[in-house]
Design a protein around this ligand. Structure first.
Ligand SMILES: Cc1ncc(COP(=O)(O)O)c(C=O)c1O
Length: 386
């Protein structure tokens, strides 16, 4: 049996498996067992912002693996303390951090913190939102494709149209613990928030005593051209959910927490693996690389270059090109699946976002030559009339 057959036979069955097995990565490239190269424009769903096998992250992981991999958070540790200090400096006003192991866990923690802090139960999320697949985060996720078969989900959750200030204003009540939003919706179709909308959300939350949770699990750590997407909007959340690329590919989740979030006392929440020295060492190295290589600035410049080139593609299939930095969506007038397959036949790995949006989340280290290669393949695939 090959890897595909083994995984199809023994896996749980919850993933649609590609017939392409990958064994190695380097920068923005992935390689199969025969050494064939693929341009990775998915970054493992937005994880590999630094590219694959970054030598500084690899060295930090190797050194920490030989030193101390696991340590429960009740015992302080050099790497965790250093990462806490580093993260406290990322966003003025968000100086405390809770560590966990994935995006969905970061959202779970933020939802629990909002309830325990406000003493209220209700949560307002946006239509098209994706926040994860465990029960709390799934209750905030909108698409019924993810929810169906798992109801009843948590009570007290509702969804309002994204970028609609009036709908948010109408929905917020004295029972609202939190509003949770993505600054740019990812899975839902790559829709950036309007500046007015996020600023209004901040103001309405303040007026009604609710907390604002921003989910930057996909958009964080340079992806949109700034460290966090919300920094384009001059709005600061009370709880900021992070994961994906924070530790250069090693599993980690984190919630940055504002001073006004209360009642976070010992025992209120916790995680066995959260804050383990291995992922903290990887995250310290990854954050250093993001800063030293100016990856946010690179994402801004390369993203502008990519979008400009994409807008020049003369294809009747394209409805719109939109995005921020290197988080880009190409909305087609028809289903996107055959085009993802055609791109893979051109050795380029891309993603969908819903049925009709082709999503590009390349590593921020992608070169201009590689961007040209991507655009060339897209042009070919989207103008092929056969
Ligand atoms: C915005 C957003 N929130 C939450 C999640 C869930 O993260 P994870 O798959 O690590 O649980 C994702 C994953 O794609 C995401 O894009």
């Amino acid at each position: 049996m090959n890897f595909y057959e083994i995984e199809t036979r023994y896996g749980a069955g919850v993933y649609a498996k590609q017939q392409l097995s990958i064994v190695r990565g380097q920068g923005a490239s992935l390689f199969d067992a025969d050494g064939n190269e693929y341009l990775d424009c998915s970054s493992g769903h937005g994880v590999a912002n630094l590219g694959h096998a970054h030598p500084k992250v690899a060295a930090a992981i190797a050194a920490q693996a030989a030193t101390l991999v696991t340590l429960f958070e009740s015992f302080p540790n050099d790497k965790r303390a250093a990462l806490m200090q580093k993260m406290a400096g990322l966003v003025p006003g968000l100086e405390r951090v809770f560590f966990c192991n994935s995006g969905t866990e970061a959202v779970e923690a933020a939802l629990k913190f909002a309830r325990i802090s406000t003493g209220r139960t209700n949560v307002i999320a946006a239509m098209r939102a994706f926040h994860g697949r465990t029960f709390g985060s799934l209750s905030a996720t909108f698409n019924k494709k993810y929810r169906q078969g798992f109801e009843p989900l948590l009570p007290g959750f509702s969804h309002v149209p994204y970028n609609n200030i009036q709908a948010l204003e109408n929905a917020l009540s004295a029972e609202t613990a939190a509003v949770i939003l993505e600054a740019i919706q990812g899975e839902g179709g790559v829709y950036p928030a309007d500046v007015d909308y996020l600023q209004a959300a901040r103001q309405i939350c303040d007026e009604r005593g609710a907390l604002l949770i921003l989910d930057e699990i996909q958009s964080g750590f340079g992806r949109t051209g700034k460290m966090f997407a919300f920094q384009h909007f001059e709005v600061t959340p009370d709880l900021l959910c992070c994961a994906k690329s924070l530790a250069g590919g090693v599993p980690i989740g984190a919630v940055l927490i504002a001073e006004k979030v209360q009642n976070l006392t010992p025992g209120v929440h916790g995680s066995t693996f959260g804050g383990n020295p291995l992922s903290c060492a990887a995250a310290l190295a990854a954050l250093d690389v993001i800063e030293a290589e100016g990856l946010a600035g690179q994402a801004a410049e390369k993203g502008a270059y990519l979008v400009e080139k994409l807008r020049l593609i003369d294809s009747p299939l394209i409805r719109e090109v939109r995005g921020m930095g290197l988080m880009v969506g190409i909305e087609l007038k028809q289903k996107v699946a055959p085009y993802l397959k055609a791109l893979q036949d051109h050795n380029i790995i891309t993603l969908n976002a819903g049925m009709t949006v082709l999503r590009l989340l390349p590593p921020l280290v992608i070169s201009y030559e590689q961007i040209d290669r991507l655009v060339g393949a897209l042009e070919e695939v989207l103008t092929d009339e056969s």
